[in-house]
Ligand binder design. Sequence first.
Ligand SMILES: [Zn+2]
Ligand SMILES: [Zn+2]
Length: 487
Amino acid sequence: MNRLSALMVLIVSAAACSSGPPEQQIVNDAARALGGRDRVMAVRTIVIEGEGTNGNLGQDMTPEATGQRFNVTDYKRAIDLTVGQSKTEQTRTPNFAYFQGQQPQKQVFGIAGDIAYNVAANGTPTRAPNAVAKDRRAELFHHPITIVRAALDPAAKLTNPRTAGKERVVEVAAANGLAFTLAIDDATHLPTRVVSMTDNPNLGDVAIETSFADYQDVNGLKLPARLTTKTDNYTTADIRVSKQSVDGDTGNLRAPEPVAAAPPVEGPPPAAVTVEEVAKGVWFLAGQSHHSVVVEFSDHLILIEAPQNDTRALAVIAKARELRPNKPLTHVVNTHHHFDHSGGVRAAVSEGLAVITQKANAQFFQDAIKRPHTIVPDALAKNPKPLKLDVADEGMELADSSRTVQLYHIEGNPHGDAMLMAYLPKERILVEVDAFSPGAAVQPYAANLLENITKRNLRVDRIVPLHGTIAPFSDLVKTQQPAKTTN
Ligand SMILES: [Zn+2]
Ligand SMILES: [Zn+2]
């Protein structure tokens, strides 16, 4: 061997041992920073305890607001990396007027293989829909150890290495079919973020990003003591770790037996729409948790609320059209932006309906109609239509010779800043949602609804709520009377 080729061999082997291609080098550097490839690959379990906050995604006071939080205590997350199982237990307490009241709520949820489950406060476990299971499977890799292990797997595909600011970034197509973006700190080489894409029925294609900070030494590894997760631009969880261990006891992480035996939940349940004519030409469309109202005018119909999702909204729209087949359904009135009440608005637009909402929701719907839904194409993605939007500020009247519907902004309600209610003066009917839910145990928003009715001198006989059952006005008044004590 001459001197030159000996030198070449040296250079080649030095390069191979230190790095490999740049995409592999990012992963190798991360593994080394976390404690070394062998140490990372040997981890069997991680148990994280701490506290922090959860956001209130899609349910805050306005579409842009982020002030509502649940304070999270007794947070414990156990991950078994050997079998792909994880369970989270936490207690969350709202820092705002919450519809279930202010008391702390215990939550338990997990993923075991392909099965996601939630355990209710009374201990009853239920299987979560497949879409939730997919998100939770991805969430298992929103941790430095799990994502770097997935990236070290020779079956993983690493692509598009790049430098962005103080981070080096690589795309990871994991052997299990899931895809992630991994970013590491250019100086320390510790993972800074993991991003995965998912479908959100309201927001469409969204990035879920978990950032890692405050690394600390744990059993020969570096682990983050702060994990912050965002969906799109909204912070959904921010956890400060007080204690964490590696290879400790996780307890039982298997799916509870009734859940493991339950069939997969493919999607939202099929829509069941009941029809009740509450006044001539006014129909209450109920049947499940979220209701709508159809109102007939002389030459058209309007719908109040396209809730939840495509399935519910399209079924309600079809039912409305059956009621008066010769009159076009022209508008949908949206009561407020909350995701469970606005989740069918894109479907309504795909059916050619114009949208009426409170002014503060206008930008939200303009954006919602434009957002890409490529991961799970919805009705509007399959049948694009432009948005026709009418906004009500303090109020708006929809009237012709046969009918009057007055829309009013519910001012100052602690449930939301941009809510509309609909009043039919001739029929003395008030249509509202979430401000008063007949039959609910706590009514934190009812006093304000009563104030809004009183100050506008509305004469209401019946409340047609979009949750629960139709109630006399006196039921709303009763929520403000002190409860009688019985011995
Ligand atoms: Zn709401
Ligand atoms: Zn609601």
